[in-house]
Design a protein around this ligand. Structure first.
Ligand code: MN
Length: 266
C-alpha cells in the first residue's frame, strides 16, 4: 500500500508554497490536500468549536482536486484524519510557509500547530517554512520543496518516535545559495510587542499588532542561528511543554513548593 500524505498550511489553499510542496512530493505516495480557504497565519493551535466547518472540493492549478475548509490549519488536520481521508495519514506536511517559524515563533505558528496536530494523531509530521531574508523579491520554493521531499521520503522509511515532529526552516540567503543543513534546537526570537493605535472614520480607536522586526538571540546550535548563517534548520519538536529544568527546584526549594506541600492539609 502506498503512503498517504496529508498536506496543509496556514497561508491558505491558494498560496504558492503548498502548490510547490505538492509538486515536489509527486511519486512519494498518495497526496491529499486539505487547507484553509483563506490566510490563517499566526492562528496557533486554535480549533473551531462554536461554529460549523465548511468543506469544498476545489479544482487546482495542478489539475488536482483539493479540499478547502473554512477552518484553521489544525481544523484541517482533524477534518482530514477523522473524516475526509480513507485512513489516518502516514505523514502530515504543513507548508511551505511564507516566512520563518523560528524560536518563539512556534507558539504563534499555525504552520507548526498543524504538524503538531498530526503528531497528536500519531502520524509522522513536518512543518516547512521559507525564510526570505529580504534580498529577493520572489519567494523561490525550489530548495525548500526539494528538501521537504527528501525529508518526507526519509520520515516514511525511518519514522520518528511517536508524537515528535520536525520543524524545518529553509533560508534564502542574500546570495541565494543555501550552505547546507543542520540539526538545531529551538532558539530565542521575540517580537518587541508593538501596538499601533489609530482612529477610525467614526472617531473610534482601533489597534494594529505587529509590523516590527523580531529580536533574535543568535545562540550557536539554535534554529535562528542556523538560518542566519544560511543553513536549513531542522528541529525535532515535542508536544511536552514541561520545564524539567525548574521542576526539581520548584519542588524542593521554593515558596511555591512549600505552599503546594501544605495546601489542603490545614
Ligand atoms: Mn503563514
Amino acid at each position: 500500500m502506498s503512503a498517504l500524505l496529508l498536506l496543509t498550511n496556514d497561508d491558505g489553499i491558494h498560496a504558492g508554497g503548498i502548490l510547490a510542496l505538492k509538486q515536489a512530493l509527486v511519486g512519494i505516495g498518495e497526496i491529499v490536500v486539505v487547507a484553509p480557504d483563506r490566510p490563517r497565519s499566526a492562528s496557533g493551535h486554535s480549533i473551531t468549536l462554536h461554529k460549523p466547518l465548511r468543506v469544498n472540493k476545489v479544482r487546482m492549478p495542478d489539475g488536482g482536486e483539493w479540499y478547502s475548509t473554512s477552518g484553521t490549519p489544525s481544523d484541517c488536520v482533524m477534518l482530514a484524519g477523522n473524516e475526509l481521508l480513507p485512513r489516518k495519514p502516514d505523514l502530515v506536511l504543513s507548508g511551505i510557509n511564507d516566512g520563518p517559524n523560528l524560536g518563539w515563533d512556534l507558539t504563534y505558528s499555525g504552520t507548526v500547530a498543524a504538524a503538531m496536530e498530526g503528531a497528536i494523531m500519531g502520524c509522522q509530521a513536518m512543518a516547512i517554512s521559507l525564510v526570505n531574508t529580504g534580498h529577493h523579491p520572489e519567494w523561490d520554493y525550489t530548495v525548500a520543496a526539494r528538501f521537504a521531499a527528501e525529508a518526507a521520503r526519509l520520515l516514511l522509511a525511518e519514522p520518528l518516535p511517536p508524537h515528535v515532529l520536525l520543524n524545518v526552516n529553509v533560508p534564502i540567503p542574500p546570495d541565494g545559495r543555501v550552505r547546507g543543513a543542520r540539526l538545531t534546537v529551538q532558539g530565542v526570537r521575540r517580537y518587541p510587542g508593538q501596538v499601533e493605535k489609530r482612529v477610525d472614520p467614526f472617531g473610534k480607536t482601533y489597534y494594529w499588532l505587529g509590523g516590527d522586526l523580531p529580536e533574535d538571540t543568535l545562540q550557536e546550535g539554535s534554529d535562528v542561528h542556523a538560518v542566519a548563517e544560511g543553513f536549513v534548520s531542522v528541529t525535532p519538536v515535542q508536544l511536552d511543554l514541561t520545564c524539567y529544568a525548574v521542576l526539581d527546584e520548584l519542588r524542593n526549594c521554593s515558596a511555591l513548593g512549600r505552599m503546594l506541600r501544605e495546601f489542603g492539609s490545614q
